[in-house]
Design a binder for this molecule. Structure first.
Ligand code: NOJ
Ligand code: CA
Length: 560
């Protein structure tokens, strides 16, 4: 593919509520990000994705926007944001914001007007149905019907996510133009681009027909009828040509439901976006992103196959956004390493495995410290609306309360939303008062201060790995080189090569707790990156130690 500036970035995702509280109100804020730029720059990242900071009642922590042009006062002012953009620039760090245009908050002026004054033009900015009964049996992503009754009227409005997140009616041209104006406003302000929320939901099946139910609640997942529907291409094409195309910006779309066959349309040379997140491997432990209680057993072999299938398909058409964590996912340590979640070698190995794939790496706050999941003892300790819904839904589907709690703990979005521990003092130095969400129990051991500058820590490992990708003699191949799976005979190994015309790099990752031999009968093997101290490289192959990540190149183009 034609080279693009964003291929060389390392993105760090910030969940602003939980990053750093600069003014002692228990909630992270924009000034808090500015104050920690030095830390971020030391790590070596080049771009920040900041989750929504716009004005919002925070029912879904900012993914319910009530004003696209103003910021949530608890996060700060526009001046604070300008200052962040400017200071970040001094560190060579770009900023992308979250773009949430499938829905607004029900407290947005447009929605309030639509409700108060059904004859106003704003009524058609949303999806309403005049009916006495619930219009159909579609289930929203956060539970219950997608339809919510309007108080005092025989009328319902549509919401893909929570009740306080009414969907915008993309069929309305004026609404679309309003959104495009807003997108251009932010791009002109000097941000580098957007992470785009839930964008494949903007087109609905306009028949709004009920379908056969898939649960005991009599409902059916709305993903079948409101996600990536025919006709969406018209909207996505228009969005791109009226906004992104006018700027040299990066766009990373959350686009669930896109098949590999459709990747060309989404990320090909003339695709709608620069890259999209692929959830097919991230959701390997559950039946679907909206049904965590349907857990799926998986093996390292399954993970390998899913990741490699994803990589090979993306490579055909464009570029990927690689991640193992985000604010909707559990911590990668607990999810992918299971009982090895506290094993530093394993955490580093997992980090290198995804980081050296072909694509732009995304690091979620705290991942660089090896943070783990947080086990909650009661449903009342959860903040995330989706966790609460999944808990009651699983009980409705026949699970006991204990089972439901166990399942929710494994997957809850609150796992990654616990405040970031900066040191081992009270509240982990995140805030001077009790934070909006409880600190994780192990913050006295796992925090930034205990790791920065400490040779064996996860932070230093990530820092070296970033440097290896960005600034070493192997950068050209590690960033732009092709990827190809290595046909390993061992089920607990993930292995691939990165290659260009001049060099080849072999990458091996041992997920097991025992030594594993991989044959590689090539002369001139040279270890260029290793998460352990030693490497057992032999003429005919390599003996990988438990949890070892070994990256090897061939000196002088070795002969077989
Ligand atoms: C996806 C976001 O990542 C998630 O946090 C949010 O709840 C939904 N979209 C709805 O905006
Ligand atoms: Ca604050």
């Amino acid at each position: 593919m034609k080279r693009q500036w964003w291929q060389k970035e390392i993105v760090y995702q910030i969940y602003p509520k939980s990053f750093y509280d600069s003014n002692g109100d228990g909630v992270g804020d924009i000034k808090g990000i500015t104050q920690k730029l030095k830390y971020l720059s030391e790590l070596g990242i080049t771009m920040l994705w900041i989750c929504p900071i716009y004005k919002s009642p925070m029912d879904d922590n900012g993914y319910d926007i009530s004003d696209y042009f103003n910021l949530a006062p608890e996060f700060g002012t526009m001046k604070d944001l300008d200052e962040l953009i400017e200071k970040a620039k001094e560190y060579g760090i770009k900023i992308i914001l979250d773009l949430v245009i499938n829905h607004t908050s029900d407290e947005h002026e447009w929605f309030k007007e639509a409700i108060d004054n059904p004859n106003s033009k704003y009524h058609d900015y949303y999806i309403f149905k005049d009916e006495k009964e619930v219009p159909n049996n579609w289930r929203s992503v956060f539970g219950g019907s997608v339809w919510e009754k309007v108080n005092g009227r025989d009328e319902y409005y549509f919401h893909t996510f929570g009740k306080k997140q009414p969907d915008l009616n993309w069929e309305n041209e004026e609404l679309r133009n309003n959104l495009y104006e807003m997108v251009n406003y932010w791009l002109e302000k000097g941000i580098a681009g957007f992470r785009i929320d839930a964008i494949t939901f903007i087109k609905k099946d306009l028949t709004f027909k009920s379908l056969e139910s898939d649960g005991v609640d009599g409902l059916i997942k709305c993903t079948k009828t409101s996600r990536n529907q025919p006709g969406i291409e018209v909207f996505l094409h228009e969005l791109k040509s009226k906004t992104f195309n006018k700027h040299n910006c990066v766009t990373v779309a959350e686009a669930p439901g896109v098949s590999y066959e459709e990747l060309d349309d989404f990320i090909g040379e003339n695709g709608y976006f620069s890259m999209i997140f692929d959830f097919k491997y991230a959701d390997l432990d559950i039946a679907s992103g909206s049904e965590w209680f349907k857990r799926i057993p998986w093996t390292v072999k399954d993970l390998r196959e899913k990741i490699m299938t994803s990589q090979m398909n993306i490579q055909k058409f464009g570029w990927g956004a690689n991640f193992i964590e985000n604010h909707d996912q559990p911590r990668s340590t607990s999810k992918y390493l299971l009982e090895q979640e506290n094993n530093k070698d394993a955490v580093k190995m997992l980090g290198a495995m995804y980081f050296l794939l072909r694509g732009t790496p995304f690091i979620y706050q705290g991942q660089e410290l090896g943070m783990t999941n947080f086990e909650r003892k009661s449903i009342h300790e959860f903040n995330d609306i989706s966790s609460i819904d999944q808990y009651y839904r699983s009980i409705q589907e026949g699970f006991t309360e204990e089972e439901a709690l166990r399942i929710i703990n494994l997957r809850s979005r609150d796992n990654s939303r616990t405040p970031l521990p900066w040191n081992s003092t009270q509240y982990g130095g995140f805030s001077t008062v009790k934070p909006w969400l409880g600190m994780i129990d192990n913050y006295k051991e796992i925090n930034a201060e205990s790791q920065v500058g400490k040779k064996d820590g996860i932070f230093e490992f990530y820092k070296n790995m970033i440097d290896f990708r960005q600034n070493s003699i192997y950068s050209e191949c590690l960033i732009y080189g092709d990827i190809k799976p290595i046909d390993t005979k061992n089920d607990e190994i993930i292995a691939y090569t990165r290659q260009n015309d001049n060099e080849i790099i072999y990458c091996y990752f041992n997920f097991s707790q025992h030594n594993v031999f991989e044959s590689l009968n090539i002369k001139g093997k040279e270890v260029i990156f290793n998460n352990l101290k030693d490497a057992d490289v032999r003429d005919e192959g390599i003996m990988l130690k438990p949890n070892q990540a070994l990256i090897i190149t061939i000196k002088n183009k070795g002969e077989v």
